[in-house]
Write a protein that binds this ligand. Structure first.
Ligand SMILES: [Cu+2]
Length: 244
């Protein structure tokens, strides 16, 4: 309330006239006409293009980084970040409005700091948001959309076998989305021996996934238990997908 009196001070020892002179320096150039040469080219051609380009670049950086933050977090975090950003924009705008004598250099520094902060936060969040993207890419084969055209039921055991058959077990299913159910003795897993299906893994222990769907094209796929030693002991089989 009483703060406004301090704001009215000329302040900083710099004469206020200094700032009011700035546009006067530029005005002769603007009014110089075609004869102005290089200066006129700069102000008339470069500035109208450079300023919007620069603004667009800054906006792009802000939007990209803020969207990265939103991608990385949960929906709750996104709401909180959104509120913080909104408050920051409102607070910053009213601060700038309240301090009309704020130097352009100071303003540029504040804006630069905000830009750096947002970019930094975006970079920190880059890891989690990229992980989401990669998970989405592999999920085209694992848990694909659509109803399963066939089901393969596998039971771990007895011993180190799938359904009691060591090494040579062979399952079959039609081509397309195949549901694989896994049960039986606890402490085993079921994976497909193909890097393309690395995201697929079932387990028999409590808390593991006992069922999932995969998109299988015609061919032969090896399934095995990933627990060290179990595949060698016999927990290995094939799924044959017949041509359509
Ligand atoms: Cu096993």
């Amino acid at each position: 309330m009483t703060d406004t009196t301090t704001l009215d001070e000329p302040g900083d020892g710099t004469p206020a006239g200094d700032e009011s002179l700035e546009p006067l320096v530029e005005n002769p150039v603007l009014g110089a006409g075609v004869d102005g040469g290089d200066d006129a080219v700069k102000t008339r051609l470069l500035l109208p293009f450079l300023l919007p380009a620069l603004s667009m670049a800054i906006v792009a950086v802000l939007v990209l980084n803020i969207s990265r933050l939103f991608l990385a977090g949960s929906s709750d975090a996104a709401v909180v970040i959104g509120i913080i950003i909104t408050l920051a924009i409102l607070g910053g705008a009213s601060l700038i409005a309240a301090l009309p004598r704020l130097r352009t250099a100071t303003l540029a520094m504040i804006l630069g700091a905000v830009l750096l902060l947002v970019s930094g936060a975006g970079l920190v969040a880059l890891g989690p948001s990229l992980d989401d993207g990669e998970g989405g890419a592999t999920s085209s084969l694992v848990n694909p959309p659509g109803q399963p055209v066939g089901t393969v039921s596998v039971t771990a055991g007895p011993g180190f076998t799938f359904n009691g058959v060591a090494d040579t077990g062979n399952y079959s299913a039609p081509s397309g989305v195949v549901k694989i159910d896994y049960g039986g003795a606890s402490g085993h897993t079921l994976a497909i021996q193909d890097p393309k299906y690395a995201a697929f893994e079932l387990g028999t222990s409590p808390g593991t996934k006992h069922s999932a769907t995969v998109l299988l094209n015609p061919g032969t796929y090896t399934i095995y238990c990933t627990v060290p030693g179990h595949e060698a002991a016999g927990m290995k089989a094939t799924i044959t997908i017949a041509p359509k």
